[in-house]
Design a protein around this ligand. Structure first.
Ligand code: IDP
Ligand code: MG
Length: 150
């Protein structure tokens, strides 16, 4: 089963939206296999967003993501990476579909509530950046067969 990393960003934590964001991911049937609230260091932020180092918004992004705690989760499900990306909505909340997390809760690219890994490869890398193997729990839920056939 596929796993992906989600960060509930500082804007969502400050706005009291942690529960609403997690609720939507749970409603999608995703299983939470790890969860913690942390303050991201500048070093971790720069590593996590290394692909954007040369972008004009990089400095603001690092400053935003380190400005207040985030909630980090590892979610498991069938095609979890794509499922989470579609549940999040487009990067720019003003273009995100209504019904998506960003489309319903945000306005601005620099305050877009949630991060989700963009491929299974980056998910593996990001999960190991935020969690150690022992933090990830394997468990069955009685309703798993009502969410995923097989
Ligand atoms: P994603 O979060 O949807 O994967 P990425 O392109 O990976 O989007 O960008 C990472 C994060 O950088 C975005 O979630 C957003 O917070 C920020 N970002 C991206 N583009 C811009 C921009 O043009 N202005 C301000 N912030 C941006
Ligand atoms: Mg991205």
């Amino acid at each position: 089963m596929e796993r992906t990393l989600v960060l509930i960003k500082p804007d969502a934590v400050q706005r009291g939206l942690i529960g609403q964001v997690i609720t939507r991911l749970e409603y999608r049937g995703l299983k939470i296999v790890a969860l913690k609230i942390i303050r991201i260091s500048e070093e971790l932020a720069e590593e996590h967003y290394a692909a954007h180092t040369d972008k004009p918004f990089f400095k603001g992004l690092v400053s935003f993501i380190t400005s207040s705690p985030v909630v980090a989760l590892v979610l498991e499900g069938k095609g979890a990476v794509g499922l989470v990306r579609r549940t999040m909505g487009a990067t720019d909340p003003s273009q995100a579909d209504l019904g998506s997390i960003r489309g319903d809760f945000a306005q601005d690219m620099g305050r877009n509530i949630i991060h989700g890994s963009d491929s299974p490869e980056s998910a593996r890398e990001e999960i190991s950046r935020f969690f150690s193997d022992g933090d990830l729990l394997d468990y069955d839920r009685d309703l798993d067969g009502w969410i995923i056939e097989s």
